[in-house]
Ligand binder design. Structure first.
Ligand SMILES: [Zn+2]
Ligand SMILES: [Zn+2]
Length: 338
């Protein structure tokens, strides 16, 4: 049987935390459920999910539809597009069956790349390799979720670059419907006509527009600032997300608990962290999202952020113990690079 491999390469950088990552998680579930009801897709489509932040890793290897379970998405620091491409190319080498004289291999893989940011590594080498060896043998659709992605680098990878303008739940829902429809028509086209060019569904009525090379694109990931923190009671991690306002200031959007182990695994190691001064941040969580402590934005002498209730507390980052708080609102804190 000739398989139709479908890869979802998903940016899980810290700027995606909150509503966006939930929408993508739900979206992947919906796509798979919908495709299972489609006889063509059920027969041909195999799905894989690769997540990338500072590092890339497959959450599910290529799996036939009826066995596929959409994974929970991790969150990490960084947007290593170069590493994601390298990971994808290796995976294609290892897992997609090539056509030889003896056997007809898999159909051209379809790859949906979702990103909301600007690469934090130098993807140039991976981009070259992609264009030399993989581009013609794959159908890559790159989608900027919101206006923060570097569409310049995306248009150097594929002719199919789209921007989802609005990132509301309704907009995401319509968008994932479109992804599903595109996979359905493509799997029908390979089954009936042996044509494995991608067949993108029409996107009227969706806030999705095609982006060409040379169009203005975002070069700096300044639409959000994300501050990593650890709960002093539960030692769990949480992220505080701030949205950019005019004048270089950021206003508090939400605090979210995340899986700390996955954060470590998907974050770039050894990179110097960006700093932001708390004077540029407006607002803070009302309480720690992990334990409910009254103060969720407390800076330890080690430079990391934790929560505090009362009495003696221990910094979950460095082990330093203190009793009581000193208030003061002007210090530098580490932030992710989106
Ligand atoms: Zn806490
Ligand atoms: Zn500390």
């Amino acid at each position: 049987m000739r398989r139709l491999p479908v890869y979802f390469v998903v940016d899980v950088s810290d700027s995606m935390v909150g509503e966006t990552i939930l929408q993508v998680e739900n979206g992947l579930r919906t796509i798979v459920n919908e495709l299972r009801g489609d006889p063509y897709a059920l027969e041909t489509v195999f799905v894989s999910v690769i997540a990338f932040a500072g590092k890339a890793e497959a959450l599910c290897p290529l799996t036939e539809l009826y066995q596929f379970n959409a994974p929970d998405l991790p969150i990490g620091e960084g947007t290593a597009l170069g590493s994601a491409l390298e990971y994808l190319m290796r995976d294609i080498d290892q897992n997609v069956q090539k056509t030889t004289v003896e056997i007809k291999g898999d159909w051209k893989p379809i790859i949906f790349l979702f990103t909301d940011g600007v690469p934090t590594d130098k993807p140039g080498k991976a981009v070259d390799q992609w264009n030399r060896k993989y581009r013609r043998g794959c159908n890559l659709v790159a989608v900027s979720l919101g206006n923060g992605a570097d569409t310049g680098v995306l248009t150097s990878l594929t002719d199919n670059v789209l921007r989802l303008g609005e990132t509301t739940p309704e907009s995401f829902k319509a968008f994932f419907k479109w992804v599903t429809a595109s996979i359905k028509t493509s799997s029908m086209s390979v089954s009936d006509y042996g044509d494995d060019g991608i067949k993108l569904a029409p996107h009227n009525g969706i806030d999705l527009e095609k982006v060409g090379p040379g169009e203005p694109s975002c070069a700096m990931d300044e639409s959000v600032a994300v501050i990593p923190a650890k709960c002093s009671s539960t030692r769990r991690m949480y992220l505080m997300k701030y949205l950019a306002q005019i004048g270089g200031r950021f206003s508090f959007e939400g605090a979210y608990t995340i899986a700390g182990e996955a954060y470590e695994r998907f974050s770039s190691s050894g990179k110097k962290r960006l700093k932001i001064n708390t004077q540029n941040l407006e607002g803070a969580p009302e309480s720690c999202p992990c334990c409910g402590n009254q103060n969720a934005f407390v800076s330890c002498q080690c430079g990391n952020i934790t929560c505090y209730g009362e009495g003696v507390a221990k910094c979950p980052w460095c082990g330093f113990e203190w009793n009581g708080l000193e208030y003061g609102g002007n210090f530098d804190v580490s932030r992710g690079r989106g």
